[in-house]
Design a protein around this ligand. Structure first.
Ligand code: PMP
Length: 294
């Protein structure tokens, strides 16, 4: 349970925390975020998450709300104060509050910063990974800067909800040419019959997942051949294996696409191996000692 959150300079009880009604994140989606995994009392790949945050902010001309070192400190504090040993830390930076106007505020607003941490039961994630998930495809109706991790997540929320209603746990967006771009909240991968691992190359249509980058390191270390190119739903359905990657689920096997089972409908052997291997190459940053009751 989330007990304490960080909001604009203060650690507040979850139930009492709030942001201003004229925060631009709320009114315009003028805001970016990061989700970093917490595993066994450590932040996973925090350097890459901070680098992506800086890039998203830079592209939108939103200043960093504090130094990276201070940000890391607050992320750890929030994890500690909530006693989150396994789960995630979520942070959001908004352009700040100003009377509603499409134009940026004339005098630079203070960027807003919200950080919360949430525990996730590793046994539940392991059980889900043991089964694998179903995905449902949907046209990619998002904007042309999906490389930025903004909070404009309505198309992703709609797609995920539609997927859920059809019994799937993730949606895969498909572009006008029939190629999978990425998942609603994950990057998409398949393993071809010849053993090649395929994932779409980075461009403005997809988010450069931190888990994706680290997994490419893992694949290299295992000398697994990788081809960064798009694939169709038909290719995914006839693939040997399929999976998605995200900070909250690391490597999650996909066992069916649009109701069509992948291979024998069970998590693939390479996928399972990659899931096991992932944290050996990820960056581990201990949160250090846990405080007493917060
Ligand atoms: N693509 C999208 C659209 C996402 O929302 C996410 C997860 N936030 C990802 C990919 C995976 O990124 P990461 O591995 O950094 O969590």
């Amino acid at each position: 349970m989330t007990r304490i959150v960080y909001v604009n300079g203060r650690y507040l009880p979850y139930a009492e925390a709030g942001i201003h009604i004229e925060d631009r994140g709320f009114q315009f989606g003028d805001s970016v975020y990061e989700v970093c995994e917490i595993k066994d009392g450590a932040l996973i790949d925090v350097t890459r998450h901070c680098a992506r945050l800086q890039r998203s902010l830079g592209e939108l001309s939103i200043p960093m709300p504090m130094t990276e070192a201070a940000l890391r400190h607050v992320m750890k504090q929030v994890a500690r104060r909530n006693r989150v040993h396994n789960g995630l830390v979520y942070l959001q930076v908004t352009r700040g509050q100003a009377p509603r106007d499409f134009l940026f505020p004339a005098t630079a607003a203070e960027p807003g910063l919200v950080i919360l941490a949430r525990a996730i039961d590793p046994a539940k994630v392991a059980a889900k990974a043991g089964q694998g998930i179903a995905v449902r495809s949907t046209p990619d109706t998002r904007w042309a800067r999906c490389d930025l991790k903004t909070v404009m997540l309505l198309p992703a929320a709609l797609a995920k909800e539609k997927a859920r209603q059809s019994g799937a746990q993730e949606a895969w967006f498909v572009d006008e040419m029939g190629y999978v771009t990425e998942g609603a909240s994950s990057n998409a991968w398949i393993v071809r019959a010849d053993g090649y691992v395929l994932t779409r190359p980075l461009d403005h249509r997809i988010l450069g997942g931190v888990t994706r980058t680290t997994l490419l390191d893992v694949l290299k270390s295992l000398q697994v051949p990788v081809e960064q190119r798009g694939f169709t739903i038909a290719e995914a359905q006839s693939a040997k294996e399929a999976f998605v990657t995200s900070a909250s689920a690391t490597v999650m096997p996909v066992v069916s696409v649009d109701g069509h089972a992948i291979a024998d409908g069970r998590p693939g052997a390479l996928t399972v191996r990659l899931r096991k291997k992932f944290h050996e190459l990820a960056e581990i940053t201990p949160i250090e000692r846990f405080l007493g009751p917060a």
